[in-house]
Each structure stands twice: as C-alpha cells, then as structure tokens.
Design a protein around this ligand. Structure first.
Ligand code: COA
Length: 562
C-alpha cells in the first residue's frame, strides 16, 4: 500500500505555529479527523486532524517545532476503503485502549515491575562496585516512545527507583526508574530519542550493597576518557549554580524558570499540570530531590490566582504570559538581591496602571521666560523666608487652575459600577526621587494656597520623603500628579498615570529655543510638558486644551490670579 504525506492544513490565517503536543506515533491506527497533533499560535491551540483513516507510519516532527500550512509532519498508509474499521484494527484499538487505561491508572507500578523484570544479571564485581548498562524495561506494550526528559546527569549518585528518564507515549507519560543504587555513568540516550524495550539507556557504577558515595577513591581509574571529560565538564556548571544564590521566592512555590531546567515529576503530576495549564519549570518541588508533587502544583496554581486577583507581579490577571528569565549565569557572573518592599510595591503599581489604563501622552511647550525672570527676582525674598522658589510651585498652581477649568481631569473611574467619581477638591501629588525609590507625597487644596506656601510645603514633603518620614495620609488622596525631571534633564517623556487618577504631568528641562514672534525669531525659555492621560476618561481634544491652558498660564503668570 502506498504511503501518503500528512500535511499541515490551512491554519486560518496563522503564519507559523508551534507544535505543543503530538497525539500519535508510528504504528498507530487513526480514523479520519482523529487528532494528529496540536499546534498553538499566539491566538489559539488547534488540533490538526488526520486527513483520512489509516496507519501512521512516520512522524517527522517533534514538540516545539514550528510548522506552517503545507509542511509535512508525517506519513501514513491509508486504510482500504478509507474507514480503518477492519476487525484487526478494532482489536488493535481495543488492546491499545486497555493499555492506555492501565498506563494512566498505574504507570509507576507498571514501570517498576517492568524494571524489576528487566534487571540484567550483574556483571562481574570489581572491588565492591560493578559496571551495568541499564536497559529500557517493558513499556506496557508501547514501542518507540520518545524521551521527553532526562532526569539524571553523568556523575549523579542515585538511589534505586530514582527516575532516570521520562518517556511520553501518545497515551501517557512514564518514568523509567533506576533498577540500582549507584553512580550514573555515560547516558546513552538524548531527549527526543525513541525507546523500546531492551534499548540501552545509560551506564552505571553499581555499589555492591552500599551507597554510591562509598565508592573507593580510585573510582575514576575504571572510567573511559569520555566519561572523565564529561564529569569534569559538569563540575564548573555545578559550581556556577552554587555561586548564584537561590532565587527569592515570591509565593510559596514560585521559582524563576531556567531554560533546560530539569523537572522531576511523575506522570500523574504532569497530567494535572497540563490540565491546569501550570508550567512545571516554575514550580518548586517539595518532594525528595525537589520532586514536584500534586500539592505543589495545586499550591502554585492557587498562589498564581491569588496574585493575579491582587494585581500581583507574577501573573498579570490579563492572560498575559509572564516574562521568562534565561539562566543569566551562562552569560557571566550575576548576583541576586531581594527587592525592597517599596520597589516591589512600585513595580506592582506601575504594572497595574500600565495594564489597566489606555495611555496617551500629549506634548506641548510653555514659554516660561517671563515666569523665570519673576521667579529669580524672588531669590532675596526667598532667602529671608528660608524658602527656595523653584518652578514647581508655579506648575502646581497652573495645574490646579487647569483642573478647575477642565474638571474631566479631576475624576476617577469606577468601572465596576460604571460611574465617574467627580472630585470637588484639588489635591496634587508630586513625584519625589529618593535614594530608596519613588515616593509621591500629596499637597492638599493647591487651589487655595499661595506660591510661597506651595514652595515651602513641597520642599518639606520632598525632604520628608527622602528621610522616609512621610505618613501614609500624606501620600493619599491625590487627584493628579506632577512628575518633574526638569532639574535633571531630558526633552520629553511618557509618564505612567498614577491610578486611580486619570492624568499626570511630566515636566522636562527648560531650554532656550528660537521662537517665531511673527516678525523674527526670539530666544525664549521653553518648558517641555508631557501630559499622559487615561483615554477612557479624557479625550484627545481635552488633553490638548489642558496643555494649551498650562502653556498660557505659565506663559503669563498674571493669568493665574484671574
Ligand atoms: N527646567 C529647568 N530647570 C529646572 C526645572 C525645569 N523644568 N525644574 C527645576 N529646575 C531647576 C531648579 O530651578 C533648580 O535650579 P536652581 O537651583 O538653579 O534654582 C534645580 O533645577 C533643582 O530643582 P529641584 O531641587 O529639583 O526642585 P523642584 O522644586 O523643581 O523639584 C522635586 C522638586 C521633588 C520634584 C524634585 O527634587 C524631584 O525629586 N524630581 C524627580 C521626580 C521624579 O523622579 N520623577 C520621576 C517619576 S517616574
């Protein structure tokens, strides 16, 4: 019978998709439309069905491969008549179904029994230890089962029954346990290899009635050059790991994933993780040798749910996948340190605002030439009062006026109740850069205060912030925030709205610019303004009105009195 190619069908517009699961193996009999493999685009997971009934003869792809429409993923022999429901097929399916049941129910016991049966007769002992080649035990009727994980490394000391490799058939995941206690030698298989009963798996130095650690000092003498080399290669890797302190847990089960990290988990746990969509590489195992047990998976999922409900930093609560971290130590020395509470809180708030608020930033320049002349003229008066007049009080006053004139900026949105909360007061937060992080003290009733009062109060609050002396009440209740980087530099930036406020003014460094007055260019001191706003509450025209009004007020500060 002639073979037929199995091709990726039309993917509904998706370009390239990743194979996340292969549901069949060579030798399987399938019906038309039976799933062959599952692919996942950035939008959805889709099962690719068999083009017809028949027998799979070859699968030419593996999990993780990227495919597109028309790619060949395997070969099959179509069954005569195309139905694939012959008596022999039925018998085969039945026995497969039985095998599936058994494997799903008791995979470990089955494997253990098989391992016991397949334990080869010991080779001749030499000085208390002997070399063994561990072979694949009976796999409960399965053949050509791909290795999905190698659970040990060369040089590892292991106990009897420790998992050596994990294989996954189309029906179940199985661990092949070690028939001996001892030291792992050369590993003879790699991930992706297909195994059947009797295949060589790895070499071991088996202790006669003792632990692997008790091996004689000259244990290396019996090793091949390749073995010694691979062990000495493994050593710096272990050292490197030891240099990097353990990551700080954020939840009871959180660990940053590292690519290629080994996951120790049994088939039932893997199945549970798959069902719950939990990434095993992110879960810290509480079992022996950090083995992941069902409780770990459940605790991890629970903590992820709680964090996403609280807008936590791991899950985003918006179905947005977290950022996967590489193992940085592969690029050079690294060090880990815990985030301060303030840094963690700021990170959470920033992420929450960024994800919840549709941000737009409106830019404008205010001509502050005259304002600066006036401000500088106040120097002597300021020295008498012991208060320094900076541009900030003028900005506070101009923003208070703009908030009163354009009250759509002085609101918060209650999306649950579909209500707009309008505020009858004007309290403005000022972002203060401190050695321990960003803090935002709030000046109350800015509209009712004079410039000197605002200068004194903002200086006092900024100092309190730097000294960590702010009371919680002094950081609450703002309607709007000003973040001024003008003392530092920059021409513009896009600040993040400090939710539940709906707008924030970013101020950059004023600079002399040539400004056309209708007849000639005049040197004017221009202050860059960057107004970020929540586009759900404020429309673009109002934002342009707000910055234009600020420019007008700062351009002629007499208008602040009107
Ligand atoms: N353009 C040019 N110069 C400016 C300026 C501007 N926009 N704003 C301030 N300056 C000048 C001031 O006049 C002062 O100069 P002077 O000593 O010659 O008079 C100098 O820069 C320093 O001013 P500063 O001490 O920053 O006072 P301020 O009242 O302008 O700002 C704070 C007070 C608290 C806002 C400020 O110290 C601060 O912490 N800014 C950083 C805020 C931040 O980190 N935001 C980022 C949030 S993401």
């Amino acid at each position: 019978m002639s073979e037929q190619e199995i091709k990726v069908p039309d993917l509904g517009g998706a370009d390239e998709v990743e194979i996340i699961e292969i549901s069949v193996s060579a030798g399987d009999t399938v019906e038309e439309e039976d799933p062959i493999l599952t692919v996942e685009s950035d939008k959805a997971s889709v099962e690719l069905p068999a083009p017809g009934a028949g027998k799979i003869t070859k699968i030419t792809v593996k999990v993780g491969d990227k495919v597109k429409e028309g790619d060949v993923v395997g070969m099959m022999e179509p069954s005569e008549g195309g139905s694939g429901d012959s008596a022999s097929d039925e018998a085969e399916s039945e026995s497969e179904a039985k095998a599936e049941e058994k494997t799903e129910e008791k995979p470990k016991e089955e494997s253990e029994d098989s391992a016991e049966k397949s334990k080869p007769a010991p080779k001749k002992s030499s000085g208390g230890s002997r070399k063994e080649t561990v072979k694949v035990p009976a796999l409960d009727g399965f053949e050509n089962v791909p290795v999905i994980e190698i659970n040990v490394s060369e040089g590892d000391s292991i106990s009897e029954d420790d998992p050596l490799v994990t294989v996954e058939s189309d029906k179940a995941t199985m661990e092949i346990p070690s028939p001996y206690a001892g030291k792992v030698g050369k590993i003879l298989v790699k991930e992706g290899d297909k195994l059947s009963e009797g295949d060589d798996l790895l070499e071991m130095t088996v202790e006669e009635g003792g632990e692997a650690e008790d091996e004689p000092a000259d244990e290396d003498s019996g090793k091949t050059e390749a073995e010694s080399k691979s062990e000495s290669k493994a050593e710096p890797e272990q050292k490197q790991k030891a240099q990097e302190p353990a990551p700080q847990p954020q939840g009871s089960t959180y660990e940053p994933p590292s690519p290629g990290a080994k996951v120790h988990a049994g088939p039932a746990v893997r199945k549970l993780a798959r069902e719950l969509g939990a990434d095993l590489t992110r879960i810290k195992g509480s079992g022996p040798k950090s083995r992941i047990v069902k409780d770990d998976v459940q605790a991890y999922v629970k903590s992820q749910l709680q964090q996403s409900q609280q807008g936590g930093s791991v899950g985003t609560g918006s179905g947005i996948p977290g950022v996967k971290l590489p193992d940085f130590s592969q690029f050079g020395d690294v060090e880990r340190e815990s985030m301060s509470r303030m840094m963690a809180a700021t990170a959470t708030n920033m992420q929450r605002s960024w994800l919840n608020v549709p941000h737009v930033t409106q830019f404008d320049d205010a001509d502050i030439t005259d304002m600066e002349d006036f401000r500088k003229a106040q120097k002597a008066a300021g020295e008498k009062k012991g208060v320094k007049m900076t541009p900030l009080p003028f900005l506070l006053k101009a923003c208070a006026t703009a908030l009163a004139e354009l009250p759509q900026f002085n609101v918060s949105l209650d999306m649950e109740r579909k209500e707009v909360v309008r505020k009858k007061y004007i309290h403005i937060g000022i972002a203060v850069d401190t050695p321990h992080g960003l803090m935002v003290p709030v000046i109350r009733d800015v509209d009712k205060k004079g410039l000197w009062e605002l200068a004194a109060e903002s200086a006092e609050l900024a100092q309190k912030a730097r000294d960590k002396q702010l009371k919680p009440a002094e950081m609450q209740g703002a309607c709007f925030t000003i973040t001024s980087l003008g003392g530092i530099g920059g021409t513009a930036f896009t600040p993040i709205v400090n939710t539940p406020e709906v707008a924030i003014l970013g101020v950059s460094k004023a600079a002399m610019k040539p400004v056309w007055d209708g007849k000639a260019f005049q040197p004017r001191l221009m202050l860059p303004l960057s107004l970020s706003y929540d586009h759900r509450a404020v429309n673009g025209a109002d934002a342009a009105r707000f910055t234009a009004l600020l420019s007008q007020l700062l351009g002629d500060i007499r208008t602040l009195l009107l």
